[in-house]
Design a protein around this ligand. Structure first.
Ligand code: XMP
Length: 507
């Protein structure tokens, strides 16, 4: 495996994803928490950083266990770090060094030799520049504006590059990482989805033995893939619970439950709609709605888990981005924008041990692992859907009638996205029911009915998002169908706000 030391760059996770696309397993650790079993890593990559090596509180870990002992690649800040603290010189740059550049001079060397030619486009993003190479440094590449764009250290397997190989715009970036990891560091690229499934199933068998495990299925990709892995490992000892909170999409509870049964899962569907709707009655504050749903979910889940004799483990579909320890450049706590009810798990009183078979995977890897277990592509390709469901898309207080209206609207929107082959081009889509009545006319009658907003966004992780430019004809047809078919709605609008400053869900 490969170690990525994170100095807080916004691109650190991208490095990990590129490495894994090469079928090489890697882990991200904070720069100041180098793992003690360092022997088990075959190579190390130092990430970029928003900091400057020249600043007084520059991040400055002790690399004596690594430097000269293992293949080492410094990227951006990593490259400046290896220069500044080892006899080189880093200074503020006087030319702009952001965006595209081309490798203007490449000296024959292992890092660039294979399949990377002079002129290859690379992506720069830095305000400091390396003026003088460190002791033993040998220049291996420049660009027009950056003389010391890449260097190696004589007598060591230490390499440093000023540009970002991990970003898409560095055309040969992945090749460079492959050259470093496979050619130089001699890492075998054998970490495939199939291998992951095999290893994980074996590890789960050992870890769990004959113990019983309970898992909450949500209908989403992560919990479904986690369930499938556990099912392969422990079969009937996995007890899945799929709760209907009454806030799911139209027919979702019955359809998805059937699908889970078809996959051979030991699953129990629990219809707790009434309990959720009772708890939400009259509540219109977004945070209190979220908290009520979270609380009832835990109560329902706890009741169900207690019906299983002697259950020892709680399985969760936690994925890698949830567990990477982040390096905070600013240090301050961040504001709670929305309290996600399914992040952070269940409370201590459940006294169950936690098993998280996906916690090493990125979302796209979860999908690939699911595919390698022959899971239904439609299930694996589903848009994200929030834990509190339609409740946070119905602005203000909730009634059964409002849920029904929104389910109908949502179904038309999503079905149309599918039939226009737009579903897979959109990262997430849904409809919001606004607490607004407006005047309309149908036939010769005046109407005074609800307004819905359609939202479709593109994103990679939900942290930032932009609205999708859906074809006018599509919007026209969908709007028409909604107003004609869904009783109680006489107006449809399309949300054209990006995140930030808006969020994806309206509550
Ligand atoms: P926002 O509205 O914060 O949403 O821009 C970002 C992403 O998170 C989803 N979301 C949730 N997911 N539990 C979840 O599992 C929640 O409580 C929750 N709230 C929002 C939202 O659908 C979007 O994908």
């Amino acid at each position: 495996k490969v170690l990525i030391l994170d100095f807080g760059s916004q691109y650190t996770q991208l490095i990990a994803r590129r490495v894994r696309e090469l079928n090489i397993y890697c882990e991200i650790h904070p720069f100041n928490k180098i793992p003690t079993e360092i022997e088990s890593y075959k190579a190390v990559i130092l990430s970029g950083s928003p900091m400057s090596v020249r600043s007084e509180d520059a991040l400055h870990p002790d690399l004596s266990q690594i430097r000269g002992k293992k293949p080492l690649l410094g990227v951006c800040y990593g490259a400046q770090y290896l220069a500044h603290f080892s006899g080189g010189k880093v200074a503020e740059s006087n030319t702009r060094e952001y965006g595209r550049a081309n490798l203007a001079y490449v000296k024959d060397n292992e890092l660039f030799l294979e399949h990377i030619s002079e002129g290859s486009q690379v992506w720069m993003s830095h305000s400091d520049t390396i003026k003088q190479l460190p002791t033993g440094g040998q220049l291996i590449a420049s660009t027009q504006d950056v003389e010391n764009a890449a260097y190696k250290i004589e007598g060591e397997q230490t390499y440093a590059i000023q540009f970002h190989p991990e970003v898409y715009h560095s055309t040969d970036g992945k090749q460079l990482l492959e050259n470093f990891l496979v050619k130089i560091a001699d890492v075998t690229p054998d970490w495939t989805p199939n291998a992951f499934v095999e290893e994980t199933v074996e590890a789960l068998k050992t870890q769990l033995g004959d113990d019983k495990v309970v898992l909450g299925l949500s209908g989403g990709v992560d919990s479904s893939v986690a369930a499938m892995l556990l099912h392969k490992a422990i079969d009937k000892n996995l007890y899945c619970i799929f709760v209907n909170n009454g806030l799911l999409r139209k027919n979702e509870f019955t359809d998805v439950l059937k699908q889970y049964e078809g996959m051979g899962l030991n699953v129990k569907g629990v219809d707790a709609s009434a309990r959720f709707l009772d708890a939400l009655a009259g509540e219109s504050d977004p945070e209190l709605k979220r908290k009520a749903i979270g609380r009832v979910f835990i109560e329902v889940f706890d009741d169900e888990a207690h019906l299983i004799n002697d259950v020892k483990w709680l399985a969760q579909g936690t994925i890698y981005p949830d567990v990477i320890e982040s390096v905070s450049a600013t240090g301050g706590p961040s504001a709670t924008i929305k309290s996600h009810h399914n992040v952070g798990g269940l409370p201590d009183f459940m006294k169950l041990k936690i098993v998280e078979p996906l916690k090493a995977l990125f979302k796209d890897e979860v999908r690939r692992v699911g595919a390698s277990m022959d899971m239904d592509p439609q299930l694996l390709g589903r848009h994200p859907f929030p834990g509190p469901g339609l409740a946070i898309r119905i602005l203000g207080d909730l009634t059964e009638e409002k849920v029904r209206i929104l389910q109908e609207v949502d179904a038309i929107f999503i079905d149309n996205l599918r039939s226009w082959s737009l579903y897979d081009k959109v990262w997430q889509a849904g409809a919001m029911l606004l607490p607004v009545n407006s005047v309309g006319v149908m036939g010769d009658e005046r109407t005074y009915e609800k307004c819905v907003a359609l939202r479709a966004v593109e994103s990679t992780d939900g942290m930032t998002a932009d609205w999708v430019n859906l074809p006018y004809e599509f919007l026209q047809k969908t709007s028409n169908e909604i107003i004609n078919k869904v009783k109680g709605v006489n107006r449809v609008v399309y949300d054209i706000s990006s995140k930030p400053p808006a969020t994806i869900e309206w509550e």
